[in-house]
Design a binder for this molecule. Structure first.
Ligand SMILES: NC(=O)c1ccc[n+]([C@@H]2O[C@H](COP(=O)([O-])OP(=O)(O)OC[C@H]3O[C@@H](n4cnc5c(N)ncnc54)[C@H](O)[C@@H]3O)[C@@H](O)[C@H]2O)c1
Length: 303
């Protein structure tokens, strides 16, 4: 129906692709539009919370890109506004929950086929990032996906985190790559390598180590080429190549949920994930282990 972006050139290109009839420069005008029934927020991270709060004030469902906000205090403002409303209208775009590969890994974990999980090994590698991307953003913009998926897969909260720095790559961020340690309430530990300037491709991996076996995440397999005494296959340049199906499935589920029960990550999940990344940013600065303390989870967010 309508599309908003202060960069009108980008707005026009996106409106044409999406078939939107109206372009407005200000997101709040779009949210106010009586023809707009539901809103998708995909503007830069620091703008998310205020747009989501405006949607809640008008009773409009909103799918907000991750993170719900870069700081937990802003996520909490959203949670409190939703609690006041008394019903869930916010979904956070943690689209990995809709990825068939993560879905299969979760089903296998939940089936108990390999026994109880003991450890998760996770890898998050990007080709590179723009100049304005900071080491803190490697945590609260990129690693927030890992935080959410680990919480979702294990269905428990992260209680303690620590960031371990390695030798920084020349020409990259001052702290890149980094290793994150996430200790769950049960004592299970997840380690996450985050390498923003890995150069060779967008590569997301996970292996769950369980009591009786391991479960590997896998990935969409491109054709493998055997040539000149070598075998090779391609990596996507970014998340679109790896998670295209997840984005589509997330959007379809969200649209269907508008006339039914909420699906996907809630505002509470957005708050919990950012509380963990806030703690990780503190650990990035100090090198120390940092405890994660969440507010008590309200009934609205119990499944
Ligand atoms: N789920 C995922 O895997 C995933 C992947 C990429 C990006 N994201 C998230 O999506 C959001 C957008 O990322 P991107 O890579 O498309 O960024 P981008 O910089 O390419 O695009 C952001 C757009 O927002 C516009 N904008 C800036 N301020 C605005 C405002 N106040 N109101 C409305 N529009 C505004 C900009 O003009 C730009 O066109 C971010 O929150 C990012 O974290 C999520």
């Amino acid at each position: 129906v309508a599309l908003s972006d202060p960069d009108l050139g980008r707005a026009e290109a996106a409106a044409e692709a999406a078939g939107a009839r109206r372009i407005v420069a200000d997101g709040l005008t779009l949210i106010d539009d009586p023809d707009v029934d539901a809103v998708l927020v995909a503007s830069p991270d620091p703008t998310h919370a205020d747009f989501v709060l405006a949607c809640l004030a008008r009773g409009k469902p909103v799918l907000c890109e991750k993170p719900l906000a870069p700081r937990a205090e802003d996520c909490l403002r959203v949670v409190r506004a939703e609690l006041e409303l008394g019903r869930r209208l916010v979904q956070v775009g943690f689209m990995r929950r809709f990825d068939p590969f993560y879905g299969h890994l979760k089903d296998t974990l939940d089936s108990g086929a390999c026994g109880q999980p003991l450890l998760l090994h996770c890898v998050h590698r990007n080709v590179s990032a723009p100049d304005w991307f900071t080491s803190e953003m490697a945590v609260n913009n990129s690693a927030v996906h890992e935080v959410d998926i680990v919480r979702w897969l294990l269905a428990e909260e992260i209680e303690q985190v620590q960031v371990i720095r390695s030798v920084p790559k020349r020409g990259g961020l001052p702290r890149d790559p980094i290793l994150l340690l996430l200790r769950m309430a049960s004592g299970v530990v997840a380690d996450v390598e985050v390498f923003i300037h890995a150069a060779y491709g967008y590569d997301i991996r996970m292996e769950a180590v369980c009591e009786e076996g391991t479960i590997d995440l896998g990935r969409p397999q491109p054709p493998s080429i055997r040539k000149a005494l070598a075998v090779s296959d391609a990596f996507p340049a970014d998340w679109r190549g790896r998670f295209g199906d997840a984005y589509r499935l997330q959007l379809q589920s969200w649209v269907r949920s508008l006339s039914g029960a909420p699906v996907g990550a809630s505002a509470w999940d957005g708050y919990a994930a950012t509380t963990v990344t806030d703690a990780l940013v503190r650990s990035l600065q100090s090198g120390d282990a940092v405890s994660v303390t969440l507010e008590p989870r309200p009934d609205l967010y119990r499944n």
